[in-house]
Design a protein around this ligand. Structure first.
Ligand code: 9Z3
Length: 310
């Protein structure tokens, strides 16, 4: 039944024109991988759901993309090839520390020469090293960055990447850190043009429908042999673990990483089968700038190795 919902979603929301280009890039990237290299799909950022077909307004999902970008970087460093499916203009691995207005990168020189702006001294080395790292990963075919904006793009690309990775069987890992909308307005219910305000209208009522549960599809059909790790985001700590467990039992994948919006950068819970393991950054970690994604990715890599030994 759920699979039928997913099929219907793809019929009602046709593929974006960019899909064949994405498919080619993914297949080429997978073909180029040496036999002993694992491949991870890291999803990142939030999906956007339009309110009108000629979109003026939309509903967005919260995510800065920091978890995905940091994790992609640590997976690269652990020797994985990374397909990074990210919200366009959200954070990118290796250059994520330079997000923000590009004008902040420059300082005015003390002299009077006409070309008097240059990269700030304090940033020059770091910027150069980060760009080198990014370039190296691309040259070694270890990083493929695929931007999306809309929920429909995200889901079409997810399906395409999963189909591409199927041939790698258990060498593939899915690390689903993107914040994906649970509700959307189906294409046939969506206003063609900008929703009008005006005389007599004192409220706007929208009907949104649940997005089919694609995790089920991924586990059962798209990537049955891969290691699949999803994230659960809540704002109420009283329901977090319960919801993460429910997701694990419902979809029957290997791991749910649960986090609360306010503490996500220093605490996460690994929910596996019936056990819950909390991971908290220590005072030392915080002082030394150690990121929680470093520990999360190490655990995921370990789990992937263990799974492939059994
Ligand atoms: C997460 O829970 C991520 O950890 C965050 C990372 C989005 C909180 P940032 O990008 O934040 O570093 O700012 N992602 C999953 C969110 C989500 O939508 N999960 C769904 C759910 O909770 C399941 S796919 O129901």
């Amino acid at each position: 039944m759920e699979n039928e919902d997913a099929m219907r979603f793809f019929i009602e929301n046709p593929a974006p024109p960019t899909l064949s280009d994405v498919e080619n890039k993914v297949n080429k990237f997978i073909d180029l991988q040496p036999e002993n290299r694992n491949v991870v799909l890291v999803t990142s950022g939030g999906t956007l759901v339009p309110m009108e077909k000629n979109m003026v307004r939309y509903i967005d999902n919260f995510s800065a993309g920091s978890r995905g970008a940091a994790s992609a970087e640590y997976f690269c460093k652990a020797g994985y090839a990374v397909i990074f499916l990210y919200r366009n203009f959200s954070m990118m691995p290796f250059v994520r520390h330079f997000e923000g207005p590009w004008t902040n990168l420059f300082a005015k020189k003390d002299d009077e020469s006409p070309l008097s702006w240059e990269i700030k001294d304090s940033l020059r080395n770091m910027l150069s090293n980060s760009l080198e790292d990014l370039e190296l990963m691309k040259e070694q075919n270890q990083l493929l960055c695929l931007p999306y904006t809309m929920l429909t793009e995200y889901l079409w690309y997810l399906k395409t990447v999963a189909e591409g990775l199927k041939c790698l069987r258990s060498r593939a890992l899915f690390y689903l850190a993107a914040a994906v909308s649970d509700f959307h307005i189906p294409a046939q219910d969506m206003s063609e043009h900008k929703i009008q305000s005006g005389a007599g209208k004192d409220k706007l009522e929208l009907t949104m429908r649940p997005v089919p549960k694609f995790l089920r599809y991924l586990v059962d059909s798209w990537a049955p042999e891969a290691l699949i790790i999803s994230f659960k985001l809540e704002t109420d700590e009283n329901i977090l673990i319960h919801k993460a467990r429910a997701a694990l039992h419902r979809y029957n994948h290997q791991l749910v990483i649960a986090n609360l919006l306010t503490t996500r950068k220093r605490s996460v819970a690994f929910v596996i089968h019936d056990s819950v393991m909390w991971l908290h950054l220590s005072e030392d970690d915080l002082r030394n700038g150690v990121e929680i994604e470093y520990y999360i990715v190490s655990q995921c890599v370990k789990l992937h190795k263990e799974k492939n030994l059994t």
